[in-house]
Design a protein around this ligand. Structure first.
Ligand SMILES: Cc1cc2nc3c(=O)[nH]c(=O)nc-3n(C[C@H](O)[C@H](O)[C@H](O)COP(=O)(O)OP(=O)(O)OC[C@H]3O[C@@H](n4cnc5c(N)ncnc54)[C@H](O)[C@@H]3O)c2cc1C
Length: 437
């Protein structure tokens, strides 16, 4: 890792305030506290919602506002500045980035024009988007779960279909989900849970009239985890009545169906695409960066971008060496969290002119929520004769819930995170378990 030229106030700009970027800004803000360096976070949205909760937003189990962290207020308390805007270009030799104009969603008027922001050190933490693989009809007809706004659109579509079924204007709520990775599996289980909660609390009467079909070309669901974990998850889904179609790709999507390779058709009004990820399109326009096949930014084992200086990338947008098994660290909140912790220390040491060890991803296990009171997961094996240490049922669900708590701890500290957890529990005693508006 090269040492930067030190100026009075070194400008560290982090673009993307997601699972990784916001943790990094918070940690650096505390470590450097506006004296050694000026830390600036840039995001195209004014507030953060932890992406692994988006399937719960889509099912109406949580609202977006309740769980958002406002960047301006959070930066005030934690020692960093916030700039609203979307990254549009990079001038690596001049050490500047350009942000697009901010447009009022209400009036369409320009609130702020396009701006140029200088940096001494730049960290790209842009996340990823779902990969549509260029399949016809996907962008036009499918819901995706890349942002709170998309999750809210899916929640509306699902609630409206349930209302229509309740009023006998529609026979059944038919949902087709493409991709049986963690997102697709979790969404299928939560939608089932949500429609029952709607019936109990809103009398919507769609519980026995829900058809969910989960499609994947892989031979089993959750292909990235141990077969035992995958088996537990499919047993739970089948118990919930989810129809799982494996070994079939989707070659076309139309307004009312998924069309499978080999001729099958899955009729469904609500279609969700949750299959694979790719880097955002803007990444392809950032001059000087080296990109992997899926448009992720190639970084070395210090998370420094290959081909430029003083620019780092982390989280889903980075193709970082993993040192174990797979070629790159997985695109998960767990990897983004570890990279944020690493970069917070590494950038501070780099400012002080000290050497920095390489980043090593430490797999801590995988947990997939399977709805109310259930989850499937696995942890690194404790014994040599085990491939993994499995965790199922309520214990796994409690561990799954604790992941979000740990993210909040990283942002707010133990005391505030615990207060937020208790406040959530209390608030839920007065609210229905599912959004009915
Ligand atoms: C439904 C769902 C469930 C998941 N469940 C799990 C799980 O259980 N466990 C797990 O480990 N992982 C899970 N993941 C994956 C996890 O959410 C991601 O790996 C993680 O959020 C990546 O963190 P990140 O910081 O790289 O990006 P993100 O958290 O996606 O944040 C990216 C940020 O960049 C901002 N941004 C994007 N483009 C621009 C731009 N041009 N200019 C300015 N800002 C920009 C975005 O607004 C966003 O705030 C799940 C994902 C989904 C969708």
């Amino acid at each position: 890792m090269n040492n930067p030229v030190t100026t009075q106030r070194h400008r560290i700009v982090i673009v993307g305030g997601g699972a990784g970027g916001l943790e990094l800004a918070t940690r650096l803000g505390h470590r450097l506290w506006r004296a050694q360096a000026q830390v600036t976070l840039v995001d195209r949205n004014p507030a953060h919602l932890w992406k692994p909760r988006l399937h719960e937003v889509a099912a109406g189990l949580i609202g977006t506002g309740d769980d958002e962290t406002n960047y301006l207020a959070h930066g005030c308390v934690h020692g960093f500045d916030f700039v609203l805007g979307g990254l549009t270009s990079l001038d690596a030799p001049a050490k500047t980035i350009t942000l697009d104009a901010v447009i009022s969603p209400e009036t369409g008027a320009e609130v702020l024009g396009a701006r140029t922001l200088p940096y001494d050190t730049l960290v790209l933490a842009l996340g990823s988007r779902v990969n549509d693989f260029g399949i016809p009809g996907v962008l036009e007809y499918c819901h995706m779960l890349d942002s709170p706004a998309q999750a809210m659109r899916l929640q509306r579509a699902f609630l409206e279909a349930a209302i229509r079924v309740g009023a006998e204007r529609l026979d059944r709520v038919r949902v087709g989900i493409v991709g049986a990775g963690a997102t697709g599996v979790e969404l299928a289980a939560e939608l089932h849970h949500a429609v029952h909660a709607m019936e109990r609390w809103g009398g919507l009467g769609a519980a026995g009239k829900l058809d969910i079909t989960l499609v994947d070309m892989a031979a089993r669901i959750l292909p990235a985890v141990d077969p035992g974990t995958s088996k537990h998850a499919i047993e739970v889904l089948e118990r919930l009545g989810v129809n799982v179609v494996l070994g079939k790709g989707v070659e076309r999507v139309t307004e009312d169906a998924l069309h499978l390779s080999g001729g099958g058709v899955v009729p469904c009004e609500i279609k969700v695409w949750a299959s694979g990820i790719a880097g955002h399109d803007v990444v392809g326009t950032l001059k000087g960066l080296t990109l992997s096949n899926g448009k992720r930014i190639v970084v070395d084992d210090h998370l420094a971008c290959v081909g430029v200086t003083d620019i780092f990338a982390m989280g889903d947008c980075a193709a970082a060496p993993s040192h174990i098994g797979t070629a790159t660290a997985p695109p998960t909140a767990q990897a983004a969290h570890q990279q944020a912790s690493y970069l917070a220390k590494a950038l501070e040491r780099r400012l002080a002119g000290e050497s920095v060890e390489a980043f090593r991803f430490q797999p801590r296990g995988t947990l997939v929520s399977l709805g109310e009171g259930d989850a499937a997961g696995e942890f690194p094996a404790l014994r040599r004769d085990q491939a993994v240490f499995p965790a199922h049922g309520l214990i796994a669900k409690l561990l799954y819930v604790s992941l979000y708590h740990m993210h909040r701890v990283a942002l707010h500290g133990w005391l505030r995170a615990t207060a937020l957890f208790l406040a959530d529990r209390l608030r839920r005693t007065t609210l229905p378990p599912v959004k009915l508006h």
